[in-house]
Design a protein around this ligand. Structure first.
Ligand code: NCD
Ligand code: ZN
Ligand code: ZN
Ligand code: ZN
Length: 366
């Protein structure tokens, strides 16, 4: 067995469901899943119940994470129609502003073009605006970002025409970044039958083989890999109204490594997409004395019931995986070893600690 040492991975797009839906996941189980998957830092999305759109909801999420998270984390602020005037005032406390331009899970949704423009005009350039945008909404987001000077990050690109549009924008020198998920890089709608119809629900939807091939052909345009870890219970997924979303933290790394094994990517290029680019795009500080150890050849079979995520299922059930995390060291402490999560709840830290956040926290505590 050869072991390779890599930097702790960063997942810029997870839904750890706290507060509001801790029966699906919470900061404890979600960050345990992160460590088991080789991630030492996760950026948590704001489509909670209630959505994270103001200082009070952000403070409540922060308190839950501080008590329970086992790895490091940052938060997005959600863009609503009612926080256009106040969102920018919270920018220093979050890794970015999340705008939902299309229908997906949860109530956060920006329908009006005017809301997108108003947020883009006010949100500071130092932090990205991350968009859930599909199809033509990607074109709209790129243009609005250009006209307002906002810095745009496009979440979970899934279609051939989308990645081609982003490539054209970049060829023109436009500053726009994007991410792709393991499920859009490895699955298509044809896999839905094997996964099960309700379980296969995800936004953006699983696409076709041409779309998947286009993503793989444009890895140079994809800045980050993001799991979009979006756990729902099996009862929910197999029920009448299955919510969209897949858990992904514990299957991501072997799938990313498969792209290296297939010769589509070098290991350095993989680390750029899972560490250096997310850190640069979201302005995250380096995690000192932090690394993971991986046996790149170890073979195992993906089983939802063996996972740390509370969802305990995976769209990759039964897949033969190659590459396994054997050890995670987070800020000098052994956080995970051979199937055991060792970092206790509360040992994770928020990655953005600045003047404003600290004084805010002091006020909360005192
Ligand atoms: C996500 C969720 O469940 O929160 N679902 C999904 O299908 N991706 C929402 C999202 O990221 O769009
Ligand atoms: Zn080996
Ligand atoms: Zn989304
Ligand atoms: Zn998501």
């Amino acid at each position: 067995m050869t072991t390779i040492r890599l930097p702790g991975l960063i997942d810029p797009h997870v839904h750890l469901r706290e507060p509001g839906a801790v029966h699906k996941e919470d900061f404890d189980s979600g960050t345990a899943a992160a460590l088991a998957g080789g991630f030492t830092c996760v950026l948590d999305m704001p489509n909670n119940q209630p959505p994270i759109t103001d200082a009070a909801t952000l403070a409540a999420k922060r308190a839950a994470a501080r008590a329970k998270a086992r790895c490091d984390y940052g938060f997005y602020l959600g863009a609503g129609t009612d926080n256009v005037a106040t969102a920018a005032g919270l920018a220093a406390q979050v890794v970015g502003l999340k705008l939902y331009l299309d229908q997906t899970y949860g109530p956060l949704r920006l329908d009006a073009l005017s809301s997108l423009i108003e947020h883009a005009e006010r949100w500071p350039r130092e932090r990205p605006m991350a968009v859930h945008a599909e199809g033509r909404n990607i074109a709209a987001a790129i243009l609005v970002a250009q006209l307002t000077g906002a810095r745009l990050h496009i979440c979970h690109v899934s279609r051939a025409d989308e990645i081609d549009l982003i490539r054209r924008a970049r060829d023109r020198g436009l500053e726009v970044t994007c991410e792709a998920t393991p499920h859009h890089l490895f699955l298509t709608a044809a896999d839905a039958a094997a996964i099960g119809a309700g379980r296969a629900e995800v936004r953006p939807r699983l696409a076709d083989a041409r779309d998947r091939a286009a993503l793989r052909a444009h890895l140079a345009v994809i800045d980050c890999f993001a799991t979009d870890h979006a756990p729902h219970t099996l009862a929910e997924k197999d029920g009448d109204n299955p919510p969209p979303g897949f858990p992904g933290l514990e299957t991501a790394l072997p799938l990313y490594l498969a792209l290296v094994h297939e010769g589509l990517l070098t290991l350095d290029e993989l680390i750029a997409r899972t560490v250096h680019n997310p850190r640069r795009i979201f302005g995250l500080p380096a995690q000192l004395d932090t690394w993971i150890e991986v046996d790149p050849d170890a073979e195992w079979v993906a089983r939802g019931e063996a996972m740390c995520t509370r969802a305990r299922w995976t769209p990759f059930e039964g897949w033969r995986m190659r590459g396994r995390v054997t050890r995670v060291v987070l800020r000098g402490q052994l956080a995970y070893e051979n199937g055991k999560v060792l970092a206790p709840p509360g040992s994770g830290r928020e990655v953005l600690t600045n003047q404003e956040t600290n004084s805010h926290q002091e006020k909360e505590n005192g």
